[in-house]
Design a protein around this ligand. Structure first.
Ligand code: TXA
Ligand code: MG
Length: 327
């Protein structure tokens, strides 16, 4: 398959590009597009054949459900059973890197394939003008996982999507670098009494808790089964990833062949491949692209700094680092 690529103006998306991309989606094809977190691999969420193609293109396990990307609140109401907690979060935050898991509205025709066989469904409204115009023009919810091959680091720029998806999908829209660099925060709000943090991400925990005036709970082993995506090794480059804690021993002796990502400079002689970030926000923005950059250099290990803060994007970053470094 020939993949069409188109560079778009993020703040003023060209209507011709949006119209071409939405036609592809409406006729059951796949389009990769930018969001504020990472690039998504989109398909019409209500078209089971289109959704199957997402799993094929990514090589993704078919029990891992997809997030439905929406461009209006009314769209959400038809798809899920709303409750006051969800309404409050939507009103305060959307569009935002915040995904809500709710019970599926039985009258909505969301194929089981889209939701991984569950009776719940994940929805979000991305904070990116290209994504919003595309969803609007397609006139259907867009199912979109990150636009990487399954298990690989999520793509945060056009080139990364192109490397993984060229020849496998109909179109890639180049909207420049994504902002957050890690995926949305996913919370389960099916039970307003017990709100579960399923995946930390681009929307910090304390900001959500501030609006809810209560703590998000971590799922126990049983409810963890409800988010199948969290069971797999993820986000991993094809080079081993090791973790370094500031002021502790550096985990690799062969520093010449090592790439380092972090906020603090370990200041070790011959550690030449390194990317030092100003703060946690920049670290999150550059983690996955750093992984992909090091893959193209001749190195044998990647060392990443463990972010210690308990606010902002640190929790999401720790989650991605743990998964990328697990065997
Ligand atoms: O920022 C993001 O969320 C990006 C961009 C493209 O929007 N998308 C993304 O999708 O990260 P994906 O498919 O890579 O991750 C979706 C996560 C998975 O952990 C999945 O298990 C969880 O959301 N999820 C989806 N539907 C669910 C459901 N009904 N119940 C529990 N977890 C669900
Ligand atoms: Mg993903």
């Amino acid at each position: 398959m020939t993949t069409i690529t188109a560079k778009i103006n993020k703040w003023n998306p060209e209507p011709e590009i949006i119209s071409m991309a939405s036609e592809i989606l409406r006729s059951g094809g796949l389009v990769a597009f930018p969001t504020e977190t990472v690039y998504g691999l989109g398909a019409d969420a209500l078209n089971v054949e289109a959704v199957k193609k997402i799993y094929e293109a990514k090589g993704r396990p078919s029990d891992n459900p997809l997030i439905l990307h929406l461009s209006s609140y009314e769209q959400a109401e038809g798809l899920v059973i709303m409750n006051d907690v969800a309404k409050k979060l939507i009103k305060n935050f959307w569009p935002a890197p915040l995904t809500l898991v709710l019970n599926v509205n039985p009258s909505a025709k969301i194929p089981l394939r889209t939701r991984g066989g569950l009776d719940t469904v994940a929805i979000r409204m991305p904070d990116n003008p290209v994504a919003l115009s595309l969803i609007d023009a397609a006139k259907t919810p867009i199912a979109a996982p990150s636009a990487n091959l399954s298990g690989r680091p999520s793509p945060t720029d056009f080139q990364s999507v192109f490397n993984d998806m060229n020849g496998k999908i109909e179109m890639i829209i180049d909207g420049g670098e994504t902002e957050a660099g890690i995926e949305s925060t996913v919370i389960d709000v099916t039970n307003p009494e017990k709100i579960l943090m399923l995946r930390p991400g681009g929307m910090p925990r304390e900001i959500i808790e501030g609006v809810l005036e209560k703590e998000l709970e971590i799922p126990d082993a049983l409810s963890k089964k409800r988010s199948p995506g969290t069971r797999y090794r993820h986000y991993a480059p094809n080079i081993p990833v090791k973790i370094w804690q500031y002021e502790k021993n550096f985990p690799v002796d062969d520093v010449k062949n090592c790439g380092y990502l972090g906020i603090n400079d370990p200041e070790i002689k011959n550690l030449n491949h390194k990317i030092i970030f100003d703060d946690v926000k920049n670290y999150a923005h550059g983690l996955f692209s750093g992984f992909r950059k090091f893959e193209t250099e001749k190195i044998s290990y990647i060392v990443v700094e463990w972010p210690e803060d308990d606010f902002g994007l640190s929790e999401g970053l720790r989650d991605r680092i743990l998964r990328a470094s697990s065997k």
